[in-house]
Write a protein that binds this ligand. Structure first.
Ligand SMILES: NC(=O)c1ccc[n+]([C@@H]2O[C@H](COP(=O)([O-])OP(=O)(O)OC[C@H]3O[C@@H](n4cnc5c(N)ncnc54)[C@H](OP(=O)(O)O)[C@@H]3O)[C@@H](O)[C@H]2O)c1
Length: 251
């Protein structure tokens, strides 16, 4: 196998022939990346819990001449996630790129008084949901001879953020999951990298009402697309176990 040929020399459709699965693809950052991957030639499976949002994304992609499939899934349920990949294989023949993007922002508050159920729920979605999404992807990615696992991280994992402990801690654990899995599947040409987008105006951030570090770049979901495209188009022997960030602060 030529391990340097992933998505190279495909002109205006660098993802032609590829199949991308995007959890949290119904709105926000996932929706923007779903459109971009479809425009780049990939068949895209958009997955989340809200059918209406997923159906709207699929209609929009198809209206632009792309290929897409809506898949209703709760990433906290491993059987659901396995079924998502089964649908991707059934409809589009395999899986090449996975964006583990489904995530939950939890209401803040100091640890002393934090709602412990909300803490657990944050971990169920942000860590276990991503674990399910990555783990169940390995078999279909192996069948294609390799591929990309892109894990949606957060700059909040770099430094303590009082009042956001559950979210930041879940994303810090996700970073260790990313690095460990990357080493475990490296020989299968599966890359596992973290995408950190920094502040983006989405439903999760209350359309900009969350207080972000001063001087940060407040992005629209579309601003994350170039980095997501970069990660999806690296060669099979390209970067793995790395973190790629759009933030403006060190650390
Ligand atoms: N926006 C930011 O500033 C920012 C910064 C750093 C990192 N991030 C990360 O970026 C990712 C996307 O966030 P966003 O800002 O685009 O938020 P968003 O607009 O609220 O989108 C979140 C997506 O995740 C899906 N989701 C949530 N729980 C799910 C579950 N249990 N099963 C399946 N899908 C689920 C949601 O769909 P349903 O509710 O329909 O399931 C939705 O499609 C998250 O991982 C977030 O932590 C965001």
């Amino acid at each position: 196998m030529n391990t340097t040929s992933f998505a190279r020399d495909k002109g205006a459709a660098p993802l032609a022939g590829k199949v991308a699965v995007i959890t949290g693809g119904g709105r926000g950052i996932g929706r923007a990346i779903a459109h971009a991957y479809a425009d780049a030639g990939a068949a895209v499976v958009v997955a989340a819990r809200s059918s209406e949002e997923l159906d709207a994304v699929v209609r929009s992609i198809e209206a632009h001449g792309g290929k897409a499939l809506a898949c209703r899934v709760d990433v906290t349920d491993y059987a659901n996630v396995e079924a998502m990949y089964a649908q991707a294989v059934e409809h589009f023949g395999g899986v090449d790129i996975v964006l583990a993007n489904a995530g939950l922002g939890t209401p803040g508050g100091p640890i002393e008084t934090a709602n412990l159920d909300a803490w657990k729920r944050t971990f169920e979605v942000n860590l276990y949901g991503a674990l399910h999404t990555a783990r169940a992807a390995i078999a279909p990615l192996r069948k294609r001879g390799g591929g990309k696992l892109i894990m949606t991280g957060s700059g909040s994992r770099h430094r303590p953020m009082p009042g956001l402990s559950a979210y930041a801690t879940s994303k810090l654990a996700l970073w260790m999951l990313t690095q460990t899995l990357a080493i475990e599947v490296q020989d299968a040409n599966i890359s596992v990298n973290e995408l950190i987008q920094g502040p983006v105006r989405t439903e999760m951030t209350g359309f900009g009402k969350v207080a972000f570090p001063p001087g940060e770049w407040m992005k629209e979901p579309e601003d994350v697309v170039p980095l997501a495209m970069f990660l999806a188009t690296q060669p099979l022997v390209g970067p793995t176990a790395q973190s790629f960030s759009l933030m403006r602060r060190a650390g």
